[in-house]
Design a protein around this ligand. Structure first.
Ligand code: SF4
Length: 432
C-alpha cells in the first residue's frame, strides 16, 4: 500500500489556495521558519494563507509593536469555530501583541434585530467568559462596538470613503438594505483600524485572524485605510528610466509637504501637491517619516492591516456546521457528556466493513472525528501523525478513534467550563 505520510494532507488546502490565488493571498507555510514556536494551526496548515503577515513576523522577531484584532457577533452559542479565532488572538497576545476583541453588537442589532440587552448578555456570557477562560490576559482590550466612541467616530470617517456600489459588491446590499446595516459594515473596518489610533500608540502592523471567506472584508478595509491616509507613496520612473518615489497629497494642510521634504534625508524635490524622492536607500524609513508627518498635521496614518486565513471545520455529520443543526457542532457551553455522545455519532472516514478497513485503510481526509483531533484535541504532532498513519494503513478502527475523541472532548469541555466559572469572577479585571 502507498501510505501517505503527511498527516496534514487531510485539509485540501489546494482548494482554498486556488480560490485566493487571484487576490494575492500568499501561502502561510513559507513564513513558518520565521516563527518561533508556531501555533498548531500554523504547523498543521489549518492557517493556510496570509496577507502582509511578514510585517507581524518582523515585529515579533525584533520586539516592535504590533496588534492582533478580531470581533465576534453576539448572535448565538459559542462553538469550536469561535474558539479557533480566540486561540489565535491569545497566541498573538502571548507573542507580545496588543490584543483587541470587539463584540459586534451594532451588527447584531442592525442585521439580526437583537436588543442591546440581549447583545450584551450573549456577548459576555457566551463569548467573553470563554475568551477569558481560554487565557486572554487583562492587559488586552475588550469592548462593545456601541460603547466605543473611537470606533463609532472612525466608522463615520471611513463611511466618507466607501460608496454603496463597493459595499454592495462585497456584502450583497440592495436597495432594501438599511442604512444601519451599511454603517455596521464600515464599523467592522473601524474595528480593524482603530488599534492604530494615537490613543493606542499610533500606526503599527495589526493582524486579523479570519476564516477563509472573510477576505473581501479585509480588502475593503485595506483600501479604506489607504484612502484615509493623507499622503500616497507611488513608485515612478522618469523619462530617462530612473526610478524615484513620489509622495502625493491633494488635501495636505499647508506646510505638510514642505515639512516632509525637509525630514527626508537625501535628494528631494518639492512641487505643488507632491514631493519626489530620488536615490532612496531605506523605504521603511521613508514610510515611517511619512506617517509621522501625517500625524503631526492631524491626519490619519494606517498601515494596511495584515490577515491570516484559516480553513473551517466541517460539521460533525459531514457538510457544513450549522447553528440551526445542534448535532453538527459542539458548543463550549453544552453538557460535556452530550458533546461526547455527538462525537460518538459523528461521521467518520471509515470503510463499510472491518475487512475493507483493514485492507484499504480509512480516509481521515473525509473524517470529522479526525478533524476534531487535528484542530482541537491532539496537541502533540507525533501522536497525531501516528493516528493518521494507523488509519490510512488499516491498523486503526473507527470505534477506538471515536472513543479517544469523545473522551478528550468531554474532558476539555469539563475543564473549560470550570475555568469559565473562575472567569465569571474576574470580569471586572477586564472592565466588564
Ligand atoms: Fe477517522 Fe479514526 Fe476511522 Fe480513521 S480510524 S476514519 S481517523 S475515525
Amino acid at each position: 500500500m502507498n501510505m501517505k505520510i503527511d498527516p496534514w494532507s487531510a485539509l485540501n488546502i489546494d482548494d482554498y489556495s486556488k480560490l485566493f490565488e487571484e487576490f494575492g493571498i500568499l501561502p502561510f507555510d513559507q513564513l513558518l521558519p520565521e516563527i518561533t514556536g508556531p501555533h498548531r494551526y500554523m504547523r498543521r496548515k489549518i492557517i493556510f494563507g496570509h496577507r502582509g503577515y511578514d510585517l507581524i513576523t518582523d515585529a515579533m522577531n525584533n520586539g516592535k509593536p504590533f496588534s492582533v484584532m478580531s470581533g465576534f457577533m453576539p448572535s448565538g452559542k459559542i462553538h469550536l469555530g469561535h474558539k479557533m479565532v480566540m486561540e489565535e488572538i491569545i497566541w498573538h497576545q502571548q507573542q507580545g501583541g496588543d490584543a483587541f476583541v470587539g463584540i459586534a453588537d451594532r451588527e447584531a442589532h442592525s442585521v439580526r434585530g437583537m436588543s442591546w440587552e440581549k447583545c450584551r448578555d450573549i456577548g459576555i456570557n457566551e463569548y467573553l467568559i470563554s475568551l477569558i477562560a481560554l487565557g486572554f490576559e487583562p492587559h488586552g482590550h475588550i469592548y462593545f462596538q456601541s460603547d466605543s466612541e473611537q470606533v463609532k467616530d472612525l466608522a463615520f470617517e471611513l463611511g466618507s470613503k466607501a460608496n454603496f456600489s463597493e459595499l454592495s459588491a462585497i456584502y450583497g446590499f440592495t436597495g432594501e438594505t438599511s442604512v444601519s446595516h451599511m454603517l455596521s459594515a464600515v464599523t467592522q473596518s473601524a474595528d480593524i483600524l482603530h488599534p492604530q489610533l494615537e490613543a493606542y500608540g499610533g500606526p503599527k502592523p495589526v493582524v486579523i485572524p479570519v476564516g477563509a471567506d472573510q477576505d473581501p472584508h479585509i480588502r475593503l478595509t485595506r483600501g479604506l485605510g489607504h484612502k484615509m491616509n493623507m499622503f500616497k507613496i507611488e513608485g515612478r520612473e522618469n523619462k530617462d528610466g530612473r526610478h524615484y518615489f513620489s509622495i502625493r497629497s491633494k488635501a495636505a494642510p499647508e506646510g505638510a509637504l514642505k515639512k516632509l521634504a525637509e525630514r527626508i534625508s537625501g535628494r528631494t524635490k518639492l512641487f505643488e501637491g507632491h514631493v519626489d524622492v530620488f536615490d532612496l536607500d531605506d523605504f521603511g524609513k521613508l514610510q515611517k517619516i511619512v506617517r509621522e508627518v501625517e500625524l503631526e498635521f492631524g491626519g490619519y496614518a494606517f498601515v494596511p492591516p495584515s490577515s491570516t486565513y484559516h480553513r473551517f471545520m466541517s460539521g460533525l455529520q459531514g457538510g457544513k456546521m450549522s447553528s440551526s443543526v445542534p448535532e453538527s457542532y459542539i458548543s463550549l457551553t453544552e453538557d460535556p457528556k452530550g458533546a461526547a455522545n455527538k462525537v460518538r455519532k459523528a461521521k467518520t472516514g471509515g470503510r463499510i466493513t472491518l475487512e475493507e478497513q483493514k485492507k484499504l485503510g480509512g480516509e481521515p481526509d473525509k473524517c470529522s472525528v479526525y478533524e476534531l483531533l487535528l484542530f482541537n484535541l491532539v496537541e502533540d504532532d507525533g501522536e497525531l501523525a501516528q493516528i493518521y498513519n494507523e488509519c490510512v494503513s488499516g491498523q486503526k478502527v473507527c470505534g477506538n478513534c471515536k472513543a479517544l475523541a469523545a473522551e478528550r472532548m468531554e474532558k476539555f469541555l469539563k475543564e473549560h467550563q470550570e475555568l469559565r466559572e473562575v472567569a465569571k469572577d474576574r470580569l471586572d479585571e477586564y472592565g466588564l
